[in-house]
Design a protein around this ligand. Structure first.
Ligand SMILES: [Zn+2]
Length: 187
C-alpha cells in the first residue's frame, strides 16, 4: 500500500487540484481523523462509533484557495487490488478492495461515500491510480460530500457479502489500521 500522503497526492492530481503531488495541502478537522469520537458536522458532538477511517474533503492550493472534493470528484484506487464487495453506506456506496493477504487475513481498503464507476464490479482487478469511483452526492445529509478511507485486516473466513458497515463499525474480528501509519513495500 502506498503511503497515505501519496494517495492524497494522487487524489489532488486526479481532480486537477494541484500540478504536482507535492503542491498544496489537505486540511482535516479533528473529527475527520482515525478513531476520533467527534463529528465534524452538525452539532460537533460525539459520533455513534469511533471513526473507522479518515474523511478527505478540503484541499488548499499553494495560492491559498480552498477546493473541497465535491460530488463527482474522481477517486483513484489507492493500490493494486481486487474488488471483494460493493455495499451501501449512508451517503452512497462503499467499495472493499483486497490488496494483499497473509496466512489468515486479507489486507483491504474501503472507499466509502462513493459511486462506483460503471463497469467496476465484484472480483475485478484494479490498478493503483486507476479511477474506480466518484464522490457521492450527500443528498439531504448535514454532511458535505467527502471520501471516507479505511484500511483493515479481515479474516479469510469472512464472506465477501458480510464485508460491510455492520462489520466495520462493530470492529468484531477485524483490525482497523490508521491509514496515516500504513506503509507496505509494493512487491
Ligand atoms: Zn468517515
Amino acid at each position: 500500500m502506498q503511503p497515505f500522503g501519496s494517495f492524497l497526492g494522487a487524489i489532488a492530481l486526479a481532480n486537477r487540484l494541484s500540478r504536482s503531488p507535492e503542491s498544496g495541502e489537505w486540511l482535516f478537522y479533528p473529527g475527520m481523523l482515525f478513531d476520533s469520537p467527534f463529528k465534524w458536522w452538525g452539532d460537533y458532538q460525539y459520533r455513534v462509533t469511533l471513526h473507522e477511517g479518515i474523511d478527505i474533503r478540503y484541499f488548499r492550493t499553494d495560492k491559498g484557495d480552498l477546493h473541497p472534493l465535491e460530488a463527482g470528484s474522481l477517486i483513484p484506487c489507492p493500490e493494486d487490488g481486487r474488488i471483494l464487495n460493493i455495499c451501501k453506506d449512508y451517503l452512497g456506496y462503499s467499495m472493499v478492495i483486497e490488496h494483499d493477504h497473509g496466512p489468515s487475513t486479507r489486507l483491504t481498503s474501503v472507499l466509502a461515500h462513493i459511486v462506483p464507476d460503471p463497469g467496476i464490479t465484484y472480483n475485478d482487478h484494479v490498478l493503483k491510480d486507476q479511477i474506480v469511483a466518484r464522490v457521492s452526492d450527500a443528498g439531504t445529509s448535514p454532511l458535505e460530500p467527502h471520501l471516507h478511507f479505511s484500511i483493515m485486516e479481515v479474516p479469510h473466513t469472512t464472506p465477501y457479502d458480510q464485508m460491510n458497515w455492520d462489520l466495520f463499525s462493530s470492529r468484531k474480528n477485524i483490525a482497523l489500521i490508521n491509514p496515516v501509519f500504513m506503509q507496505l513495500e509494493h512487491t
